[in-house]
Design a binder for this molecule. Structure first.
Ligand code: SAH
Ligand code: SF4
Length: 374
């Protein structure tokens, strides 16, 4: 609690806020008010916390507390409505967070209705997906991923993970009660290598921001022990696995982490994974021309995931500087999809979003120095 450096309130649980209230000799309902202001009301500075007395707001300020929402450093708007934010934290590090109106929250083909009410508001979207980062950079080093080129800079705190969502929701004037907001933890970083902060953020999003965990999907490159831990969580998002190759040799080539956690270990953990009623696993598969995009690879995928309640999202590579792979033709992508569907596996092609602004999830701030649009 140093006077010189701010202590960020964002990211604190109701228990931690209660401890602060106790320390300041305030009644514990103050903690509940702060919690509500931070997460549900999305207040961005202490002055906005009007349910608290002026005296208490001053006291918090004097003790060095601040809200701690990330700052919008850059904002790129795509012709398809996708908005890519570069969000900066107190230490100057930044991550990307992507807003996808009418986005594919991994829910393609779920047949859920979407009303017209919100369209009347003139915003042009009924639902949206936010792609959230979990680390600054990533240590996993997948060969096709631009985030990998950054290396790992640091983990994000729970407050920084939640803060991305709050900043984007406020900038888009979204209302989580009225709008259908999905979250995908598919931005920069490997969430399961920042597991505790990630799970704390999930708890705050559910309890504080009021976004149901059933509207959230986390994607992992296959950190096997954490997959098992995740399955045991009482409150958790849905699980997606970046498979990207159907056999050990090929997967090791594109995702070197396979050396540590083999496909066999990964599949064993997934077969044990306790799926909820009507829940399915999602396998993501980035198609790389001439590398993993043959129908014979699709047949290997079918064998690999046989018996699992799962669907496959196919993503044609989003090319980028320093990425030594090419995007397959549409015909190849469709042939791959048809092979899976023919074998009874639901398979969807993820539309590339915001290609003109390099907004693809997992393809992040590396490009800001290279392209600046809007
Ligand atoms: N680290 C986690 C979550 C972030 S990456 C993971 O890897 O699962 C989110 C998704 O983006 C992954 O499925 C990854 O395979 C995909 N991805 C990474 N680089 C890509 C690129 N250049 N084109 C298309 N998809 C990419
Ligand atoms: Fe990290 Fe995911 Fe990119 Fe692999 S695909 S380097 S795990 S962000």
């Amino acid at each position: 609690m140093s006077q010189s450096q701010n202590t960020e309130l964002l990211g604190l649980s109701i228990q931690e806020l209660t401890a602060i209230a106790d320390k300041l000799e305030e009644p514990s309902y103050r903690a509940r008010q702060i919690f509500d202001g931070l997460y549900r009301q999305r207040w961005q500075s202490l002055e906005q916390f009007t349910p608290l007395s002026l005296d208490l707001r001053r006291k918090l300020q004097d003790e060095g507390y601040a809200v701690g929402v990330p700052r919008i450093e850059k904002k790129f708007v795509s012709t398809d409505g996708t908005v890519r934010y570069l969000l900066a934290f107190a230490d100057g590090q930044s991550v990307e967070t992507v807003w996808m109106p009418e986005g594919d929250g991994g829910e393609a083909g779920d047949g859920s209705p979407s009303g017209d009410e919100e369209l009347e508001s003139g915003r042009g979207w009924r639902r949206a997906t936010i792609c959230v980062s979990s680390q600054v950079g990533c240590a996993v080093d997948c060969a096709f991923c631009m985030t990998a080129r950054l290396g790992l800079k640091r983990n994000l705190s729970a407050g920084e993970i939640v803060g991305q969502i709050l900043t984007v929701l406020s900038d888009q004037q979204a209302d989580v009660q009225r709008d259908r907001i999905n979250l995908v933890f598919m931005g920069q970083g490997e969430p399961f290598l920042n597991y505790d902060n990630f799970m704390k953020a999930v708890g705050l999003l559910v309890e504080g921001v009021k976004i149901a965990e059933s509207r959230m999907t986390v994607s992992t490159s296959g950190i096997v022990p954490r997959i098992t831990d995740f399955g045991a969580e009482p409150v958790r998002p849905k699980l997606a696995i970046s498979l990207n190759a159907p056999n050990e040799a090929l997967r090791t080539q594109v995702m070197p982490i396979t050396k540590k956690w083999t496909i066999e270990k990964l599949m064993a953990a997934l077969r044990e994974f306790p799926l909820r009623n009507r829940e399915r696993l999602t396998f993501e598969y980035v198609l790389l021309a001439g590398v993993n995009d043959d129908v014979s690879h699709a047949r290997e995928v079918i064998e690999l995931i046989r018996g699992l309640r799962a669907k496959v999202n196919l993503i044609a590579l989003n090319p980028g500087p320093d990425i030594p792979f090419a995007t397959p033709s549409e015909a190849r992508v469709t042939a791959f999809q048809h092979a899976l569907v023919g074998a009874g596996i639901p398979a969807f092609i993820r539309r590339p979003r915001g290609r003109d602004i390099y907004a693809a999830c997992g393809q992040l701030k590396h490009t800001t120095e290279l392209v600046q649009i809007g």
